[in-house]
Design a protein around this ligand. Structure first.
Ligand code: ATP
Length: 838
């Protein structure tokens, strides 16, 4: 089985599961990734009314061609804005918007962002740009925090849309509201990421439309708005009578929702264009329309043409005869002094008339853009980052293509290269750097096509400029020969051998386009006769006058300059500065797809869509992003590992804590037991002490009684009870001496820090004495010392509590205090000790 057979089999297997196809939020999940599977998925989603789908790093937006309720409501905006992970939500343009916004907040380099919206005419670029602007005007709104000027900024940013669309959009065969210019809007954010201003840069307004409208197309919206929406008073002011027919306003009967003068006027007011200025603007526009009605009648070959009678109205607020001269007579200069006047042919007059209209309209548009910028642009010190929205015309390929298409397709090549360089190439290089096994996807690197167009000195644009700078009449055939001579070896360039028209074919990344050469040089030179410019400076309309005040109408020296600055050089320069800006930002790509050529709601034409998918290289993008997804898969595994690790760590922590808890409980229990034991011991001690106190009290009472009795009796006569309770004989005394004192129990209980040395005749006697005194004998409580002479018990020491008084009384006995074997002189006489409890 061949590789192709197996791929087809896989494709069939994938497509069998049709009920599932619409669930693929990201085309990178489609497997296998082929134009067929991608197309089927998008179709299934479109049928399910799901219009946004991720394609890796890009967002694919399918145009529903009808308003979808609640798809862009404030609630939805807030939902995406407040979501912790907006990417987890359904694919939406707000995800792209929010991601860019969070990048600015996160200050991840490069902090400035660009949202590149591309697609062919009618695909939904302008709609998408409007949604993005509304989103930022909502989520980055600062009006509730700051002064009301800021509120005006948000309003102005949004109001710039209807004004620019009225002047720059027109109904074409492919789109009722087609932008006839490219634009890059920078939304300026302050350090708190609040919208504080905006600026807009426009590219290549299709000014030829003012004087020429292709069959079934219309002029710019603003003219129809004036014609349909003006009040009687306004018509008078603008000199635009009711029922007047204008040859430059074809298909006026076509009613479009864009024909709303009121909305445009209100937006102009909000942008700060006052009544006076508005009137001047509308008068200029009305003059342009009047100019379109000017016809020329030929009197004779040698005479200049004459303006038709009905055309001799006060046009452009300039003298009619001067206007007539300018339109019908050419001024030729030979050196500084020699001026030659040459009557124009009828067709030349028409060209001069059209030229006048185009230059006025282009200049007015530029003035408007500058005014809008001044109105909404913030002071440089007040903003620090921006989010740029790029809405440029998509790739164009018509039956007849000329300089406009060459410029547009050149711009698209540039953007495609930016996309390729920034994403596809960078991504593959990253895989290599990370050592990922990766089979390279062959994406279309369009550098060779760009070399063909912009290369110097032999690129198409250089050769075209060179041809235009030669001071000779343009010759299409001659230029074709020159091109063939210089570029025939280039594989991107070809010619149709059977075509008689001078042309060249360029193989663009999105397809081959045949450009006709006829008229290309004139368009590139875009000459404006200087006499026309001087005429406009004489206008009584202050706005018109100011529009041309700065121009060097005399043509002194400016001709040489105007030769240099051709249309393509100007366009190339502005494109290069745009690319420079884009390279300094983090880009986000949105590919708008037009699902059918007739702008019919919810209609999906496969052939139409597949061509667009191929043109923007979406399949290659998905391939590379799918690999990127494998790499994410890797991240998923990493995540899983982290999760398992943290589970295990949690488990270990739990076990450790449980162990610690148990240890603590054991310690607490033991401590409680020890404390209980100590407490009970202490309690027992104090109970015992209390008992002894009580006993001592009782004995003291008895002893006192006995002492009193004793004092009154003879000494040797010892009370047997006293003998029994407390009197002891000192063994050191040869003759037993009765020591009268406190009973031993009492002494022990009451005499702190006094060691009462009692001599007994034997341990047994002491023990029995103690037993008699009911003193419990415990080891350690009493210290029993043996007498050093007779080896009997010498003393029982205790640490009695409380304080005692010592009463020493001299004994009446002569040798009562003598120790046997000691010097007899050592009589102290204090041989009787009485203790008294204090
Ligand atoms: N998301 C959408 N929801 C509903 N309608 C849409 C949407 N996007 C586009 N449209 C419809 O499609 C029309 C064409 O869209 P838009 O003007 O934005 O195309 P474009 O790509 O800017 O075309 P051009 O290059 O000609 O200016 C809009 O006027 C609108 O009616």
């Amino acid at each position: 089985m061949s590789l192709n057979d197996s791929l087809e089999g896989d494709v069939r297997d994938f497509l069998v599961n049709e009920a599932e196809l619409h669930t693929y939020d990201d085309l990178t999940k489609v497997n296998p990734v082929t134009p067929t599977t991608v197309l089927k998925c998008l179709q299934a989603r479109y049928s399910a009314r799901v219009f946004y789908t991720h394609a890796g790093c890009t967002l694919v937006a399918l145009n529903p061609f009808q308003p979808i309720p609640h798809l862009y409501s404030l609630d939805v905006m807030r939902e995406y804005h407040s979501a912790p992970q907006p990417q987890d939500f359904k694919p939406h343009i707000f995800i792209v918007a929010e991601e860019a916004y969070r990048n600015v907040q996160g200050q991840v380099e490069p902090v400035d962002q660009s949202l590149v919206v591309s697609g062919e005419s009618g695909a939904g670029k302008t709609w998408t740009s409007r949604c993005l602007m509304k989103y930022y005007a909502t989520v980055a709104a600062s009006s509730h925090k700051c002064q009301d000027t800021v509120e005006r900024i948000e309003r102005r940013v949004l109001d710039s849309n209807p004004v620019m669309e009225a002047f720059g959009n027109a109904c074409t065969l492919r789109n009722n509201n087609s932008s006839r210019f490219g634009k890059y809007i920078q939304l300026q954010l302050n350090s708190s990421q609040l919208l504080v201003g905006a600026s807009v840069q426009t590219y290549l307004l299709e000014k030829t439309r003012v004087a020429f409208q292709a069959p079934n197309e219309r002029n710019f919206h603003i003219f129809y708005q004036m014609m349909k929406g003006a009040t009687e008073k306004q018509r008078q002011e603008w000199e635009m009578p009711y029922n007047q027919k204008f040859s430059w306003l074809p298909n006026a009967d076509k009613t479009l929702e864009e024909d709303r003068l009121q909305e445009t006027a209100e937006a102009m007011i909000s942008l700060g264009i006052d009544t006076d200025k508005r009137t001047q603007i509308f008068r200029v526009l009305a003059s342009i329309l009047q100019l379109g009605n000017v016809n020329f009648s030929l009197a004779s070959e040698s005479q200049p043409c004459d303006l038709d009678e009905e055309s001799k109205a006060t046009l452009l607020q300039v003298p009619v005869d001067e206007l007539q001269d300018c339109l019908t007579v050419r001024t030729l200069r030979a050196g500084k002094q020699n001026v030659l006047l040459k009557p124009c042919s009828q067709s030349e007059c028409v060209i001069r008339r059209d030229c006048l209209a185009k230059v006025i309209y282009a200049q007015l548009f530029e003035w408007l853009v500058t005014f809008i910028n001044n109105s909404m642009c913030s002071d440089n010190s007040k903003w620090c980052n921006f989010i740029g929205l790029l809405d440029v015309y998509g790739f164009e390929c018509f039956l007849l293509n000329n300089l406009e298409q060459l410029c547009i397709n050149y711009a698209n090549e540039k953007l495609q290269q930016h996309f390729v360089a920034h994403y596809l190439k960078a991504q593959q290089e990253e895989y290599v750097a990370e050592g990922l096994e990766w089979s390279f996807v062959r994406y279309q690197d369009n550098q060779s096509c760009l070399d063909l167009i912009e290369g110097s000195p032999t690129g198409i644009l250089s050769l075209l400029n060179e041809e235009c700078r030669l001071n000779r009449a343009s010759d299409a055939k001659q230029f074709r020969v020159r091109l063939e001579k210089e570029l025939s070896g280039n594989t991107r360039m070809s010619w149709d051998k059977f075509s008689k028209q001078p042309h060249f074919i360029v193989a663009h990344y999105a397809g081959r386009v045949s450009y006709q050469i006829e008229g290309m040089m004139e368009k590139n030179k875009d000459p404006v006769p200087p006499e026309l410019l001087s005429l406009l400076q004489k206008s009584k309309n202050p706005l018109l006058q100011s529009l041309f005040a700065a121009s060097d109408a005399e043509g002194n020296g400016s001709r040489a300059q105007s030769k240099v600055v051709t249309v393509v050089s100007k366009f190339k320069n502005s494109l290069e500065s745009l690319m420079k800006i884009l390279h300094g930002t983090t880009p986000h790509y949105t590919r708008c797809i037009k699902p059918n050529p007739d702008c019919r709601p919810l209609t999906f034409k496969k052939e139409e869509v597949i061509t667009q998918l191929e043109a923007c290289g979406i399949v290659e993008t998905i391939h590379i992003s799918a690999a990127d997804c494998c790499y994410f898969t890797l991240e998923l595994l990493e995540e899983q590992r982290d999760r398992v690790r943290s589970q295990k760590a949690f488990c270990i922590q739990c076990c450790w804590r449980r162990y610690q808890r148990r240890q603590r409980a054991i310690r607490t229990q033991s401590a409680t037991l020890i404390q209980a034991g100590t407490a009970s011991t202490q309690m027992a001690k104090s109970v015992r002490a209390a008992q002894m106190d009580a006993l001592a009290e009782a004995e003291l009472d008895n002893a006192e009684d006995l002492l009193e009795e004793e004092e009154s009796c003879s000494l040797p006569a010892l009370d047997p009870l006293l003998k029994e309770r407390g009197s002891v004989q000192l063994s050191s005394i040869p003759e037993p001496v009765a020591v009268h004192g406190w009973p031993l129990g009492l002494a022990m209980a009451s005499a702190p820090n006094i060691t009462v040395a009692l001599t007994a005749t034997g341990f047994q006697k002491v023990m029995s004495l103690m037993a008699t005194l009911k003193i419990p004998f415990r080891h350690g409580e009493y210290k029993v010392e043996t007498n050093q002479f007779d080896q009997g018990v010498a003393s029982i020491r205790a640490q009695p509590r409380g304080s005692v008084k010592l009463h020493l009384r001299r004994s009446p006995l002569r040798y009562a205090d003598m120790h046997p074997g000691q010097n007899a002189d050592g009589v102290t006489g204090f041989n009787q000790i009485l203790l008294e409890k204090t």
